[in-house]
Design a protein around this ligand. Structure first.
Ligand code: NDP
Ligand code: 8X3
Length: 251
């Protein structure tokens, strides 16, 4: 039977690449993000191959989240796959000088937003006793690096929530797993450095970073395994990266 996936953060980077990969697998899509134009463009690109419904909402706003999920038309109401991907780093500052607005953004989006969307989607999976949740964590959820403090905390929380979801949804037979990428060239650093294009670009210079399509390909593999196979936890790095602080760059 044709499946339906809801992907948060589908307007760019990993989420957008995942939407494209899923469309190639014939998976119907609910694509989410705040940028309506980007959603519309992606919808136009993918519709025809599969059915696409766009939902624009801010994951920080719980009313918006629940209203959006409740607004789904009948043919999109059964969500088989949830990709909790929306998220970003905001700033890269030592704890003593970090901005409270940046901390709020990271905790509210990466942690609370992921929980709100999950809360809106999981009950129907639990009732059907079937579903697949993929949480996008980060290497920053496995280790902490200088100035990564609160972003790392938010991704450690995603790691814990992923494990907790898997335990709590075990009896319902729901697959739960996380992908933890290292450096992927997306809009991530543009957001982290608030539009400082040169600084953002420099993060990925001198080595080949992961491309969003590399992670999307892995998510495609994860969701196309037979139902008794659950890929629970994956750390995926560019070959040039050994850990958060060891990246082999050409001089
Ligand atoms: P991008 O900045 O390219 O994409 C982030 C996505 O999240 C966008 O689609 C954005 O949509 C959405 N988003 C951000 N804030 C909100 C919000 N408040 N409400 C709804 N949607 C929101 O970055 P990536 O693709 O790299 O990031 C995707 C995930 O991967 C994140 O969770 C990130 O932490 C994680 N990750 C990224 C790595 C990297 O090196 N790039 C490495 C490890 C993990 P819009 O702006 O339209 O709302
Ligand atoms: C994104 C990767 O190393 O910038 O989660 O934290 S990193």
């Amino acid at each position: 039977m044709t499946k339906t996936a809801l992907i948060t953060g589908a307007t760019s980077g990993i989420g957008k690449a995942t939407a494209i990969a899923f469309s190639e697998e014939g998976i119907n899509l609910i694509i989410c993000g705040r940028r309506k134009e980007a959603l519309k463009d992606l919808q136009k690109k993918l519709e025809g191959k599969i059915r696409v419904h766009a939902l624009s909402f801010d994951v920080r706003n719980k009313e918006e989240v629940f209203k959006a999920i409740e607004s789904l038309p009948e043919e999109f109401r059964q969500i088989d796959i949830l990709v909790n991907n929306a998220g970003n780093a905001h700033g890269l500052d030592p704890i003593q000088s970090g901005s409270i607005e940046d901390w709020d953004a990271m905790i509210d989006i990466n942690v609370k937003g992921l929980l709100y969307v999950s809360k809106a989607v999981i009950p129907q999976m639990a009732e059907r006793k079937s579903g697949h949740i993929i949480n996008i964590g980060s290497i920053a959820g496995k280790e902490v690096y200088p100035n990564g403090n609160v972003y790392s905390a938010s991704k450690h929380a995603v790691d814990a929530i992923n494990k907790g979801m898997r335990i709590d949804l075990n009896e319902q037979g729901i697959r739960v797993g996380a992908i933890h990428p290292g450096l992927v060239e997306t809009e991530f650093s543009e957001v982290r450095f608030k539009g400082d294009h040169e600084r953002a670009k420099s993060v990925y210079e001198g080595f080949e970073p992961l491309h969003p399509e590399d992670i999307a390909d892995i998510i495609r593999f994860v969701v196309t395994r037979p139902y008794h196979v659950n890929i629970a936890d994956l750390l995926v790095l560019p070959t040039a990266q050994a850990n958060s602080t060891t990246v082999h760059k050409n001089k």
